[in-house]
Ligand binder design. Structure first.
Ligand SMILES: Cc1cc2nc3c(=O)[nH]c(=O)nc-3n(C[C@H](O)[C@H](O)[C@H](O)COP(=O)(O)O)c2cc1C
Length: 323
């Protein structure tokens, strides 16, 4: 059997399959569907300092190749998370990654300090897709804003790895990855949802109450494969920082593609809404794939994509030009 275990900046996972932030509840909700021991890790939904109701319905709608969501970071807030949700992470049979989000540097600092102290949390994930309330810039869409954020937050995360979840809604995700690593990120999560919109052509109404949302699911997968490849080769590989890829992983082939592009681990979100047990099939599929590729360890395949070989005899695909 191939060895699927991976280490993400010292965070040891039994296998590279993770449940994505915001799509699997706070901690153990998916245990109703399967034994969490079969996963690498679970990620909490993003926690903010104050509790948030989130946006009004509709805040999730289907699209032909995925879904749009504008949940608006609905969560119970830091104090209730620590008191009511976090204790359920004790004895979790896989790693637990805590995700934090804020609208100011002070909020991130408060959350990072609390998560660093919490023994149940094995790594801290920074969701940087919120606009800073003081300047309106999204922390994750402007290198300067990200640099300023990490300068304050990284010193708070001392006892465990800190990962930064990059936004795909930027012209140059490699520049954001550089800023994240320069600021102390020990893992790069590629990526969050893509800014999107849907309109009902009969009523002419925006289908999401907030009008704008984020697209996830199979439709974004090939775009994220390209981003993972670029971030891996330009930033992560030289800096020896792992990439965690997510975007439309529905089966083991999607996950394997991310690994070949440069991901050390993959996360799944939208697929859980279709079949909560899909991650189990990804784990078993990766195991077989790894063995078929002749690899003893899955990490041998990280970034192993190569140029296609030209066949010796080119197939006759061009129409014959007749004189
Ligand atoms: C309903 C829903 C809620 C989400 N909530 C969060 C969240 O709280 N924090 C976060 O960082 N990402 C959140 N995301 C983004 C996912 O973690 C993931 O980055 C994105 O959905 C792409 O992966 P996928 O195509 O496998 O779903 C959410 C996505 C969905 C669909």
């Amino acid at each position: 059997m191939a060895d699927l275990s991976v280490s993400l900046a010292g965070l040891a996972l039994a296998n590279p399959v993770i449940l994505a932030a915001g799509t699997c509840g706070y901690v153990r909700e998916m245990a109703d569907a399967f034994d969490l021991a079969r996963l690498g890790a679970v990620t909490s939904k993003s926690i903010t300092v104050e509790s948030r109701e989130g946006n009004a319905p509709w805040r999730i709608i289907e699209s032909p190749a995925g879904m749009l969501n504008a949940i608006g970071l609905a969560n119970v807030g830091l104090q209730r998370f620590l008191a009511e949700k976090l204790p359920t992470a004790r004895g979790l049979p896989c790693a637990f990654i805590g995700s934090i989000a804020g609208h100011s540097i002070d909020e991130y600092v408060t959350l990072a300090n609390a998560f660093d102290r919490a023994a149940e949390i094995a790594a801290v994930e920074l969701n940087v897709s919120c606009p800073n309330t003081s300047d309106g810039l999204q922390f994750g869409e402007h290198p300067r804003a990200l640099t300023e954020l990490l300068a304050q937050v990284k010193p708070c995360v001392r006892t465990k790895p800190m990962f930064v979840k990059l936004s795909p809604n930027v012209g140059d995700i490699v520049a954001m990855a550089h800023a994240a690593v320069a600021g102390g990120a020990q893992g790069l999560i590629v990526a969050n949802t893509f800014g999107a919109m849907a309109i009902d052509v009969e009523t002419r109404a925006f289908r999401l109450s907030r009008q704008r949302g984020g697209l996830s699911g199979p439709g974004i997968h090939p775009i994220v494969v390209r981003m993972v490849h670029d971030v891996y080769h330009s930033v992560a590989k030289p800096a020896r920082v792992p990439v965690i890829a997510l975007g439309g992983v529905c089966n083991w082939r999607d996950a394997a593609e991310f690994i070949l592009a440069g991901a050390s681990a993959v996360a799944m979100g939208t697929a859980l809404f279709i079949d909560p047990r899909a991650p189990l099939r990804v784990v078993t599929g990766l195991e077989k794939w790894c063995a078929q590729q002749g690899c003893a360890r899955i990490d041998e395949l990280v970034g192993a994509a190569r140029a296609a070989e030209l066949p010796n005899v080119l197939p006759n695909v061009l129409p014959t030009v007749r004189a």
